[in-house]
Design a protein around this ligand. Structure first.
Ligand SMILES: CC(C)=CCC/C(C)=C/CC/C(C)=C/COP(=O)(O)OP(=O)(O)O
Ligand SMILES: C=C(C)CCOP(=O)(O)OP(=O)(O)O
Ligand SMILES: [Mg+2]
Length: 247
């Protein structure tokens, strides 16, 4: 009964004022593990369960898109053992969850510099993107080896090359053209960003895309983030007045 109730949108939320696209910085896995006297990687493992539950919840509650930050361009500076574990964890999650994502109508996409990821992970990424390309229930985007500055530089380089080749004129470079070159081309910008673990920064995540995103910060560590926490974030979001510079 309780499980059934949790599947439906809580009555204090207005379904017409839900964010269409939620972005999440899943932070605090290492601290969660440390608090429990476990190695950091145990926090990442537990973080997968929190993510699976949030994805299901977004789908149940009618949120069209979820984007999560799984690995930044700066995260390569962590100990090799942790980096290697994360790469294997991503690959394993994709392999294990693909069938269910297909069944649930999840379309999965990846953003980031994917070329420099391990080959076996790249092939799981490709396989899951192709297998879910026509799914409609929710668009789930995972940022791996993602850095917003790198993304913006890539756009500049591509546009400069096109200008040099005479394909576009500098005066025709506008926001629309710029967005077409981002990893996130074709996806609406996030309405709500959630960052767990008490840190209040963007850490190089979706800098262009989040110009007008509402931000919600919680001290909860990512592995402890659940539907009740998400519910609180949505209540907070629904109280915001999004003015976009107007009065
Ligand atoms: C396939 C897929 C998307 C799997 C998801 C697995 C997952 C939750 C990855 C997040 C990894 C990460 C660097 C989290 C940040 O916590 P932290 O390590 O920075 O923790 P800390 O700030 O406490 O040190
Ligand atoms: C959640 C991910 C994948 C990256 C941001 O968290 P970090 O833990 O790497 O960010 P900083 O605290 O170093 O800014
Ligand atoms: Mg962290």
């Amino acid at each position: 009964m309780t499980a059934k109730l949790l599947q439906t949108l809580p009555p204090d939320l207005d379904r017409h004022r839900l964010p269409k696209h939620v972005a999440v910085i899943m932070d605090g896995n290492g601290r969660w593990a440390k608090q429990k006297g476990m190695p950091r990687i145990a926090g990442h493992r537990q973080g997968v369960d929190a993510l699976k539950d949030l994805l299901r919840c977004c789908k149940d509650w009618g949120i069209a898109a979820l984007t999560v930050y799984a690995f930044s361009t700066e995260n390569w500076s962590r100990p090799a053992q942790e980096v290697d574990f994360l790469m294997v964890l991503f690959e394993r999650m994709l392999r294990h969850e693909l069938e269910e994502m297909c069944r649930e109508g999840v379309r999965i996409s990846f953003v980031g510099d994917l070329d420099s990821l391990p080959k076996s992970l790249r092939s799981e990424i490709e396989r899951s993107q192709i297998a879910t390309a026509n799914n409609q229930a929710i668009h789930f985007t995972v940022a791996i080896n993602y850095g917003s500055r790198r993304e913006i530089l890539k756009v500049c380089r591509q546009i400069a090359e096109a200008a040099q080749a005479g394909e576009i004129k500098p005066e025709n470079i506008d926001e629309n053209l710029f967005e077409q070159h981002l990893y996130t081309a074709g996806t609406d910008n996030p309405d709500l960003l959630i960052r767990t673990s008490g840190e209040m920064r963007l850490s190089n995540f979706l800098l262009w895309q989040m110009a007008y995103t509402e931000m919600y910060f919680t001290h909860t560590l990512w592995p402890d983030f659940n539907r009740s926490e998400f519910h609180l974030a949505l209540i907070d979001y629904q109280e915001r007045d999004r003015r976009f510079g107007k009065v």
